[in-house]
Design a binder for this molecule. Structure first.
Ligand SMILES: [Zn+2]
Length: 245
């Protein structure tokens, strides 16, 4: 059994049996890793407060334990989640993104840029007050890295370029904007002029004018797109919506 040393974020934890904990980590070197922490529930000293969701930790683990699970040997804190767990809104945002990473990655597939994005996001959530466009920005950043970015640039069906004021037809099934002529034959939803270009600005870390209609429609686009293409319903998204949107 090889000992691995790595850096990780805690995505999830639950009690296992009387004294153990099962956790899922997103590690820098190996991507998502499921681990068992023996005695974590019993001994307060061993993994004291280190295995809480959103914590940034150093880990040492042995590979090959049971069904693909690794055995966590040691863990110590780099940065705690404190500040996130004390605010319902921050906890909801952090949960949404950790769930996104958890659900859209495979075990032991390294993804260092996604690790860095998750790190940036969790530190930002902790230290800043997020508005909806911040959530969208990180959502785009991560979806893009995972290969699930909606196409806002050109007609998703015929590929033709479109001026911004013509980007009003969005097909969640096709995953992008449609030009006027393709929109005649392909099911889609019509959004207000400026909403889709606004999403492109957010993706590029610029600030569009955001009002309630923009938020509603942006949310509708992203919700339709994500539930159709990712085939998962995010528990945390429903809660996030009730808290922030
Ligand atoms: Zn077209």
């Amino acid at each position: 059994m090889a000992l691995h040393k790595d850096e990780a974020f805690v995505l999830f934890k639950r009690a296992y049996g009387e004294s153990d904990k099962i956790i899922r980590l997103f590690t820098r070197a190996s991507g998502k890793v499921a681990a068992i922490a023996k005695g974590a529930s019993k001994s307060q000293k061993r993994f004291m407060n280190t295995l809480e969701p959103f914590n940034h930790i150093n880990v040492e683990y042995f590979e090959k334990y049971g069904k693909g699970m690794v055995r966590l040997e040691n863990a110590d804190i780099i940065e705690t989640n404190s500040g996130i767990e004390r605010s319902l809104k921050k906890a909801c945002i952090a949960s949404f993104f950790t769930e996104l990473v958890d659900r859209l990655t495979k075990e032991k597939e390294p993804h260092e840029s996604l690790f860095s994005a998750l790190k940036e996001l969790l530190y930002a959530v902790k230290n800043h007050d997020f508005i909806y466009s911040d959530i969208l920005y990180y959502q785009f950043l991560m979806l893009d890295m995972l290969g699930y970015m909606p196409n806002f640039d050109s007609c998703v069906y015929c590929g033709s370029a479109m001026p911004d004021d013509k980007k009003v037809h969005f097909s969640k099934e096709r995953g992008g904007v449609l030009c006027a002529s393709c929109s005649k034959s392909i099911p889609h939803t019509i959004y207000r002029e400026g909403v889709i270009p606004g999403l492109m600005l957010i993706r590029n870390q610029e600030k569009p004018l955001i009002n309630m209609i923009f938020e509603r429609q942006a949310q509708d686009i992203m919700e339709g797109f994500m539930s159709f293409h990712l085939d998962v319903e995010f528990r945390s998204y429903r809660i996030l919506k009730s808290v922030i949107l």
